[in-house]
Design a protein around this ligand. Structure first.
Ligand SMILES: O=C(O)[C@H](O)[C@@H](O)[C@H](O)[C@H](O)COP(=O)(O)O
Length: 175
């Protein structure tokens, strides 16, 4: 059953969320391969994790070591990493330097490609990172939600929601 926790503000949410990430990392490290795959949203989450995750990791078991992490971004834009809208760039500037070296493996959009080539390239990176999985299954996704319910840059009612990868047509639910 899903558990829902509500916090009065990001001040209370931050440490609890960072603990959840550290615990999930330690647990995943016990599994096959010992890797922890983590998908992150941008927005206000970047600053929150940059503040709260390093201390939570200091208090966590050694298994939570970020050197065993694979980090990817759930709402990336097709912009260079130095662009203010780049989720990867924001994490590279704010969180990654605060993690113990060498830090996680990071999956990111290859700068300089057009949309179709960037999508193909990123799909290839995912296939290499998750061999044998048709749809990559991350150990943990930490997603922000906008006021209109959008997440992962998927906006309610937007035509892009009807687009699916080749071989996976969008079909209405059975019921
Ligand atoms: O492209 C997106 O879908 C957004 O970046 C999304 O991932 C973000 O998490 C929410 O918009 C909440 O943003 P805030 O945390 O800044 O409120």
């Amino acid at each position: 059953m899903a558990a829902v926790s509500v916090f009065p503000s990001s001040r209370e949410l931050g440490p609890a969320l960072a603990r959840i990430v550290a615990e999930a990392a330690a647990e995943a490290a016990q599994g096959e391969g010992g890797r922890f795959s983590l998908g992150l949203s941008g927005g206000s989450l970047v600053e929150l994790l940059a503040r709260e995750l390093p201390p939570a990791l200091s208090a966590a078991p050694a298994a939570a070591d970020p050197a065993r992490w694979l980090v990817a971004f759930c709402d990336e834009r097709l912009v260079p990493p130095e662009h203010p809208e780049s989720t990867c760039g924001a994490y590279r500037a704010q969180l990654l330097p605060r993690l113990p070296p060498p830090g996680p493996q990071v999956l990111s959009v290859t700068p300089g490609l057009g949309p179709a080539a960037a999508a193909r390239d990123y799909g290839e990176q995912l296939r290499r990172a998750f061999p044998g999985q048709q749809v990559p299954v991350f150990d943990l996704l930490v997603l922000g939600v906008g006021p209109d319910g959008h997440t992962c840059s998927l906006f309610p009612g937007h035509p892009l929601l009807q687009v699916s990868p080749p071989g996976n047509p969008v079909t209405p639910p059975a019921e």
